[in-house]
Design a binder for this molecule. Structure first.
Ligand SMILES: *[C@@H]1O[C@H](CO)[C@@H](O)[C@H](O)[C@H]1NC(C)=O
Ligand SMILES: *[C@@H]1O[C@H](CO)[C@@H](O)[C@H](O)[C@H]1NC(C)=O
Length: 252
């Protein structure tokens, strides 16, 4: 009799957690993540002097070196936050260093969703959606098609970013090979809102969520533009959830 009653209790319990659920949250601490990528002279520190909310934030730094042929990541990660057919909200707050050099423009990535496709023979770690800045403009994108025939749709210059101030990013996505949707709020304003578009590669493996500075321009352009070889971005209130409030850094 005891055993027979267990499924009934489980069904009742799952019914209670239907609406707002933060499935991941980090208040700017080094602990609580599933992984990190820190390459070459990069670093990640937990700090108390520059925070968006609470007592701590993460200070992510990357340092250019012309003799380093690898990439330039300083990122924290949470594995398996979505897969094909899923949907959710993903957010973080970030702050570029006070004297951030915007010009000449080069790409610095701030957040990305990524999975390992090495077994396909067509790619290795493939970032799908990303959020980056080029100059003082915010960009984002979705990936679709197949891993061996990738398609990219980029949303350019969707917002203007300032240095020395906290900004909020929240993404809502319905991850589908057809008829998905992708919405991005910047500082609470909806700046991307597209529906009935493909938002996912036709592959069922889970994607990881990475936030931090990834100076992808330094690697992809084989040089650093401008003169600011040490770049610092603070991150705070990083989360994944089922409602906007779950992933808007100002609301939790
Ligand atoms: C790069 O390598 C060259 C040759 O070894 C060296 O002279 C130079 O100082 C290096 N530059 C940096 C920034 O380490
Ligand atoms: C996508 O949605 C449109 C209507 O919004 C519908 O006509 C179409 O059949 C849908 N396509 C797929 C592949 O679900």
């Amino acid at each position: 009799m005891f055993f027979k009653s267990v499924p009934t209790i489980a069904i009742l319990a799952s019914g209670l957690i239907a609406s707002a659920t933060q499935t991941f949250s980090n208040t700017g601490t080094l602990s609580g993540w599933t992984g990190q990528t820190i390459e070459h002279k990069g670093s990640i520190r937990e700090v108390t002097d520059v925070v968006y909310k609470g007592n701590t934030a993460l200070e992510m730094t990357q340092v250019y070196d012309p003799n380093w042929s690898g990439r330039f990541h300083s990122e924290k990660s949470k594995t398996a936050v979505y897969k094909l057919g899923g949907q959710g909200y993903y957010g973080f707050a970030f702050r570029l260093q006070d004297d951030w050099q915007f010009s000449p423009a080069q790409s610095y990535n701030l957040g990305q969703f990524i999975a390992d496709f090495t077994d396909t023979g067509c790619d290795d770690w493939m970032p799908a959606s990303m959020v980056w800045i080029l100059g003082n403009q915010l960009y984002t994108r979705v990936k679709y098609g197949s891993i061996c025939s990738q398609r990219t749709r980029t949303f350019e210059k969707v917002a203007t970013v300032t240095a020395g101030e906290w900004h909020r990013v929240t993404i809502q996505a319905n991850w589908q090979t057809h008829n998905g949707s992708y919405t991005l709020w910047f500082d609470g304003n909806k700046v991307v809102d597209v529906h009935n578009i493909p938002t996912m590669i036709n592959d069922a493996r889970p994607f990881d969520y990475h936030v931090g500075i990834y100076a992808n321009g330094w690697h992809d352009d084989h040089t650093m533009k401008g003169s600011q070889g040490t770049r610092q971005v603070h991150f705070d209130q990083i989360s994944v959830g089922t409602t906007f409030a779950d992933a808007d850094p100002s609301q939790w």
